[in-house]
Write a protein that binds this ligand. Structure first.
Ligand code: ADP
Ligand code: MG
Length: 247
């Protein structure tokens, strides 16, 4: 299974979806960040044809991949996909996260149009509603993109494929922490807090406890969203080996 996460917009949750929704639930998947292909060559450099060629070749050598396509590279990547005719076939699915902000919905529509222009068939393009506040508000908050899809059904939308706004993503951002592992951590933080005299240390433990509580709340939602994407039957809980307990 090779999944691309794509949107012309930044800040729609591409990296979050790649790391925390998809990577832990697709067995043996490798995370490829297209932004990182430019590492060492300066900020925001466009992806070159050679690099795209390398990405395509590399994708042939692995079975499972989650490819996070940074916003600065999307236009270039789509152009290259047009040039290397049929290269979009390397991906089984394109996940397009979107958020309620108007600009992001417009960019989402532009992304969907571009994918259709490349010839990516509708079942392979899945919309993911991110940063929602309640399932009941979902239809109203995404009426622009949903209205567009009603008129032009070029992507698959499923209201169950959503993630709520949750501060846990911000809390663990930049760390390699996996939410399912975090949720399973059985450290007795309360007991540790009682034993600790140092205020800063207490605060650090309290933050860990809060993050674990948030993680426990969010894992079932991630599992449900993954199931709604219809990529496979696994959940993070039954795919990830239990880690050694952190004490
Ligand atoms: N469901 C969510 N709830 C709360 N914050 C989120 C959610 N999804 C993403 N974020 C936050 O929004 C910001 C942008 O997300 P990111 O995944 O980096 O987007 P992109 O890769 O599309 O630019 C990050 O700070 C991230 O932690
Ligand atoms: Mg990103």
């Amino acid at each position: 299974m090779k999944v691309a996460i794509i949107n012309f917009s930044g800040n729609v949750g591409k990296t979050t979806v790649a790391r925390h929704l998809l990577l832990p639930r697709i067995k043996d998947a490798e995370l490829i960040s297209v932004e990182s292909l430019n590492a060492g060559e300066g900020e925001g450099q466009a992806m070159r044809g050679r690099q795209f060629g390398e990405l395509q070749e590399y994708l042939q050598t692995i079975d499972n991949a989650v490819v996070d396509i940074g916003a600065s590279n999307v236009e270039e990547l789509l152009e290259l996909m047009q040039k290397y005719r049929g290269s979009h076939e390397d991906f089984d699915v394109f996940v397009v996260p979107t958020v309620p902000a108007l600009k992001q919905q417009q960019d989402t529509i532009a992304t969907l149009i571009e994918l259709a222009r490349l010839g990516v068939p509708r079942p392979k393009v899945r919309l993911l509603f991110n940063m929602i506040h309640s399932a009941a508000d979902l239809p109203a908050h995404f009426d622009l993109v949903r209205g567009f899809l009603k008129a032009k059904p070029i992507a698959t939308e499923n209201a169950a494929c959503h993630l709520s706004a949750n501060e846990v993503y911000g809390r663990i951002r930049g760390s390699n922490t996996d939410l399912a592992t975090l949720a399973r951590d059985t450290t007795d933080y309360k007991a540790l807090i009682v034993k600790t005299k140092d205020t800063a240390e207490r605060l650090a433990l309290a933050q860990k406890l809060a993050t674990r509580r948030l993680a426990s709340g969010v894992v079932p939602e991630l599992d449900a969203c993954f199931a709604a994407l219809g990529l496979g039957s696994g959940t993070a809980t039954d795919m990830m080996p239990l880690p050694a307990q952190a004490k």
